[in-house]
Design a protein around this ligand. Structure first.
Ligand code: SF4
Length: 123
């Protein structure tokens, strides 16, 4: 078998790296449209915390962490930040599969996939 030339090696490396980038990470082409999560209903009588609530706004809160303003919170782009959602936060008390109470935003319930800048990982 003939060994690769440097040029062939570089070409194949670039193609492989590009393919892996597109298949994984933020641009996961195969996951889009197939992994659409359905939001469960909040527990009876409880309303979701409004994202327009002054405290929620000050903390950059969104019921879906994907809607975070990445200009204000660029650290949210880091792959490790994906697991930083309300469900994993020390301030969160789970009520059902999709919702729970946040001790910092008490006026309603927050989604398990929410996030705000006061996030602190559960121990
Ligand atoms: S403090 Fe924690 S539980 Fe409350 S909104 Fe922020 S990330 Fe979610």
């Amino acid at each position: 078998m003939k060994p690769f030339t440097r040029k062939q090696f570089l070409k194949r490396s670039i193609v492989l790296a590009s393919t892996l980038f597109l298949l994984g990470g933020e641009w996961n082409l195969f996951a889009k449209g197939t992994k659409e999560e359905k939001m469960t209903e909040p527990p009876d009588g409880l309303k979701p915390v409004s994202e327009n609530d002054p405290t929620a706004q000050a903390l950059g809160f969104h019921q879906d962490a994907k809607n975070t303003d990445y200009n204000l919170y660029p650290e949210r782009k880091h792959p490790k930040a994906k697991s930083q959602v309300c469900l994993q936060c020390a301030q969160f008390t789970k009520l059902n599969e999709g919702w729970g109470k946040c001790s910092i935003l008490p006026n309603g319930v927050v989604a398990t996939k929410g996030w705000c800048s006061a996030f602190a990982k559960k121990m």
